[in-house]
Write a protein of this length. Structure first.
Lengths: 222, 79
């Protein structure tokens, strides 16, 4: 299984994400934002956390229009897998691959702490390593993680079981406690919490590791 | 030719920054501020000399990059 991690100026979780994928057994390539093509045999693209382009204009907006993101969108449109974490989630909403948008946290503060998440669906390659209803502890670290979508979109997300994770104790004002969402084909997922920062015991927990193990397992069989 | 774009959060989208500003104004003794919405102004210097074409191009810029129409509305001024 081959994972490509996109690196923007200001990305700062790219190496953590690479290590998490490698630890689960994936081959990883780092791809610079000015590149236009992805490695030919890539199975999944990781869009990492950080502050791409300094969060100028809106979080993720400039990154979403960078050359490599056109290839990311094409990869997804062909049925490819994409995982966006934190700033990566913001980038994926800006490209339109995922619905909604991440607003400034309701309390206006940058929040950095472990939080409890409820797995809302195990029906995706990202969450298949968990049980629906399971509670996992994963850190958040963001200023703009307040998930917003119009009521019709929210209804559709719930109806199609596309809410992947919710916060047990909503830290940022997200609508319906939403922490992560899936695309319609369940092959693109974005989430604000950082599973890659909870992937080995030295990090204080391993609740995030199941995501990468499940992805490597499922995409290697395919 | 200059263009000015006003980007505002749509009605119904919570604006916690505007709300914080409203609260601060109240603490400074400014009474009766019933709402504050914070937006941004983007000024563009354009080589284009035709106002209609400039408006069309800037509108396209807004749709593609300058505003996120999920949460923001925009208005284009050509001067």
């Amino acid at each position: 299984m081959h994972a490509a991690i996109i690196v923007f100026p200001g990305s700062n979780c790219d190496r953590d994400l690479a290590v998490a994928f490698e630890r689960a057994g994936a081959k990883v390539s780092m791809v610079w934002h000015k590149d236009t093509a992805l490695p030919a045999d890539v199975d999944i693209i990781g869009v990492p956390g950080g502050f791409s382009f300094g969060d100028y204009l809106r979080c993720g907006a400039i990154a979403a229009n960078s050359p490599i993101c056109r290839s990311v969108v094409q990869h997804a449109e062909k049925g490819g897998y994409v995982l966006g974490i934190c700033n990566g989630f913001q980038v994926l909403t800006e490209t339109g691959l995922l619905p909604g948008v991440l607003l400034r946290n309701a309390n206006l503060k940058y929040i950095c702490k472990p939080v409890d998440l409820k797995v809302e669906t195990a029906d995706s390659p990202f969450t298949a390593g968990y049980e629906a209803g399971q509670v996992v502890t994963v850190p958040i670290a963001h200023h703009d993680g307040n998930y917003f979508a119009d009521s019709e979109t929210l209804k559709r997300l719930h109806g199609e079981a596309r809410v992947a994770f919710t916060y047990c104790d909503n830290p940022n004002g997200s609508q319906d406690d939403i922490a992560g969402v899936l695309s319609q084909n369940r092959r693109v997922m974005g989430m604000m919490p950082h599973p890659e920062r909870m992937s080995e015991p030295l990090q204080g927990g391993t609740d995030g590791a199941a995501m990468f193990e499940s992805l490597v397992g499922q995409l290697t069989e395919a | 030719m200059k263009a000015r774009v006003h980007v505002m959060l749509k009605n119904g989208v919570l604006d916690p920054q505007g709300e914080a500003v409203r609260h601060a104004l109240g603490q400074l003794g400014f009474e009766g501020v019933e709402g504050v919405r914070q937006g941004k102004v983007i000024e563009l210097d354009l080589a284009e000399t035709d106002a209609d074409k400039a408006r069309e191009t800037v509108t396209e810029m807004c749709e593609k990059l300058l505003a996120n129409t999920v949460i923001e509305s925009y208005a284009v001024e050509i001067a």
